[in-house]
Design a protein around this ligand. Structure first.
Ligand SMILES: Nc1ncnc2c1ncn2[C@@H]1O[C@H](COP(=O)(O)OP(=O)(O)OP(=O)(O)O)[C@@H](O)[C@H]1O
Ligand SMILES: [Mg+2]
Length: 279
């Protein structure tokens, strides 16, 4: 006969284990997503970098050749055999176009450099980093979303190198910047500030967008919470951001918001990572 036995685990314990399992699962999914995104971006960066490099070097040759051509035409003119006026005009037009192409290519290269920081999976290790460099690179990336309508200002303080995971910090900044850009309807402004706070560094990202409704404020860090239409928001941005700041870097994240006036997110990171194994 079977005896009635005490359950091996209390309902409370089971619930706690289940919550832990779900949290671990969520972390794994996020890590996997980051990793595959990193690989995808690395591949794209590589594929774009090579052709851009050849366009840029061809552009240099073209510009030099045009200068030579202009010089030959000038010399011919001095010798009393003026070239057709149209020839000089064409040289000038092509020179102008080549100069614009150079600027365009440099802009693409700048974005690619930004992507490289973002995708540098092999540099995902903990190290001392100039956060201003990470911010600049991430701004280049986020600028693609709203460059024309949103002005971005930086107000950088005198901060020390910070021991952190630069690729993850870039992810934090990107999430906050994209949210700020998406909160602004039409034209607006984003300000990125950094401050040294005695053993900590604070990064603040302010926008003058629509603000966060009071009834949403307690939920914005919850995974899956979004007020954006399907296809735009997954509601994961701030959940991942909070996890990277608080769990991975032992930092703090908070915000201030006024409906109709704007929002500021504050991220505080310890200058020395508490888990870096120092005595
Ligand atoms: N700067 C901001 N201004 C106004 N609302 C914001 C701002 N940042 C976040 N929110 C609010 O918080 C919600 C959650 O943000 P979160 O980044 O987690 O998800 P999402 O932006 O909606 O989607 P995802 O980031 O996954 O694309 C947003 O839907 C928005 O309502
Ligand atoms: Mg978001």
């Amino acid at each position: 006969m079977n005896e009635a036995r005490e359950p091996a685990m209390s309902a409370e314990e089971m619930l706690r284990l289940r919550a832990e399992l779900e949290a671990a699962n969520r972390k794994l999914t996020e890590a996997y997503k980051l990793m595959s995104l990193g690989r995808l971006v690395s591949g794209i960066v590589h594929e774009i970098n090579t052709p851009i490099g050849s366009i840029l070097s061809n552009n240099e040759v073209t510009t030099r050749s045009l200068e030579k051509l202009a010089q030959f035409l000038g010399e011919a003119q001095q010798r009393g055999t003026p070239p057709p006026a149209k020839a000089l005009e064409i040289v000038e037009t092509v020179r102008g176009l080549a100069a614009v192409d150079k600027i365009a290519c440099e802009r693409i290269s700048g974005i690619i450099r930004g992507l490289k920081t973002y995708a540098r999976v092999d540099e995902a290790d903990l190290r001392k980093v100039d956060l201003h460099e990470v911010i600049r690179d991430t701004l280049k990336l986020s600028g693609c979303e709203y460059r024309r309508r949103v002005a971005v200002e930086t107000d950088f303080g005198d901060i020390p190198l910070v021991e952190c995971y630069p690729q993850l910090m870039s992810q934090v900044l990107l999430n906050l910047l994209v949210n700020a850009g998406q909160a602004i309807e039409g034209e607006g402004k984003i300000v990125v500030r950094t401050r040294n706070e005695d053993g900590w560094v604070r990064i603040s990202i302010s926008d003058n967008g629509r603000g966060i409704q009071p009834e949403h404020r307690a939920r914005i860090f919850a995974p899956g919470f979004t007020t954006k239409p399907v296809g735009i928001g997954t509601g994961l941005g701030l959940a991942i951001t909070r996890e990277i700041v608080v769990d991975t870097h032992k930092g703090e994240i908070g915000f201030e918001s006024e409906v109709g006036a704007g929002t500021t997110f504050h991220v505080r990171i310890p200058v020395e990572h508490p888990g870096s194994g120092r005595p």
